[in-house]
Design a protein around this ligand. Structure first.
Ligand SMILES: *Cc1c(COP(=O)(O)O)cnc(C)c1O
Length: 362
């Protein structure tokens, strides 16, 4: 029985009729940018997270740049960011004029810690980007206790819960992506910035709209970066299902823990968190051979960040000395994502485990 790496279609199938009528509602209404759907989704998303304010933007990458700008990040500043993450976490920094300072992650949870962040702080540090990688929840409160504002990159963590609440409501400001394959995915690009701080929220609102309130007077050089009405309407249909999908992802993680014990090194949830695993990423000394063996059985797997961000050509000018990020280098070499989705059942988990066992790679 083949098992795909992910399965975005099965969970959406029962929602087809509702999705179609949401799209028709927008067509009938005829407003496509910053109308009632975006307003309603922003309200619902802020309430779901317990974040106070949500502002829809065009995608998760611009959400990061806009959130940094709202925090006042600019030329001469430094922003601490992990190197073991999706490229965009760091890519969003240089457009503000600031420089990225790469930090390490914890080798078991894959997320930043107060210690890995502390090693990268200087008097120029203006913010820390804490990535809730693969859905695991970074210790945001402990990092903010170091005295620096945290921007949560929660693109992979919709539906996760942490000890202090949900990702998106743990730090000074947070960002989401609604790229179709994320835990909450639109049918195109989309993103959001969330914050409890009303003044920050207002700055984000202005920045996403050309630095203006009315396109008559301009208070800043901003962005044209908006979530559109169709995507917001589609997200509103999906949101009431997010907790159920998150529970299914977490349960699939539990099943893997039982089935894969002794076969691979598994991700460890941070204390008090319940990750809605976006990707289920194991570590294996012979990861590439394992990927090959799984492919022969029709089981999807792949590495995501074989070259860590700091080692990619455009970031090398800001890279720390070779060997300075040991956990990042180790994870980059050994990680492998295996099937995960809200539709992944016990039978499929058993199938993946059997294939890993039969691969006999130790
Ligand atoms: C997907 C993702 C982003 C970027 O989101 P887009 O909507 O694709 O621009 C940023 N950070 C992380 C960790 C992501 O996974």
């Amino acid at each position: 029985m083949p098992v795909p790496l992910f399965d975005p279609d099965t969970p959406l199938r029962p929602l087809r009729a509702e999705l179609r009528s949401a799209v028709h509602r927008v067509l009938d209404d005829g407003r496509f940018i910053l109308g009632p759907e975006v307003e309603a989704f922003e309200r619902d998303w802020a309430a779901y997270l317990g974040a106070g304010h949500a502002i829809g933007v065009a995608n998760g990458t611009e959400a990061l740049t806009i959130a940094l700008r709202a925090l006042g990040v600019g030329p001469g500043d430094e922003v601490v960011v992990p190197s073991f993450t999706f490229w965009a976490s760091a890519e969003a920094i240089p457009p503000t004029g600031a420089r990225p300072v790469f930090c390490d992650v914890d080798p078991d949870t894959y997320v930043v810690t107060p210690d890995t962040v502390k090693a990268a702080l200087t008097e120029r540090t203006k913010a820390v980007i804490a990535v809730h990688l693969f859905g695991n929840v970074a210790p945001v409160a402990e990092i903010e206790a170091l005295g620096v504002p945290v921007l949560e990159d929660a693109a992979q963590a919709a539906g996760s819960t942490g000890p202090g609440g949900r990702p998106g409501a743990l730090g000074t400001i947070a960002t989401f992506s609604f790229y179709p394959s994320k835990n909450l995915g639109a049918f195109g690009d989309g993103g959001a910035v969330t914050t409890r701080d009303a003044a920050l929220a207002e700055r984000v609102r202005t920045l996403r709209f050309h630095g203006s309130k009315d396109k008559v007077d301009y208070v800043d050089v901003g962005y044209n970066s908006r979530l559109d009405e169709l995507q917001a309407a589609i997200l509103r249909v999906q949101l009431p299902n997010l907790d159920r999908w998150a529970a299914a992802r977490a349960a699939a993680g539990d099943a893997y823990e039982e089935a894969l014990a002794g076969l691979a090194t598994l991700p460890v949830a941070t204390p008090g968190s319940r990750p809605a695993w976006h990707l289920y990423v194991i570590r294996h000394e012979r990861a590439d051979e394992l990927q090959q063996a799984l492919a022969e059985r029709g089981i999807g797997s792949r590495p995501y960040y074989r070259t860590p961000v700091h080692a990619q050509a455009p970031m090398r000018q800001w890279a720390p000395a070779a060997g300075a990020l040991p956990a990042t280098d180790e994870l980059a070499r050994t990680h492998l994502a295996i099937p995960m989705s809200a539709a992944l059942g016990a039978e499929q988990v058993a199938e993946v485990a059997a294939a890993i066992r039969d691969a006999g790679l130790g």
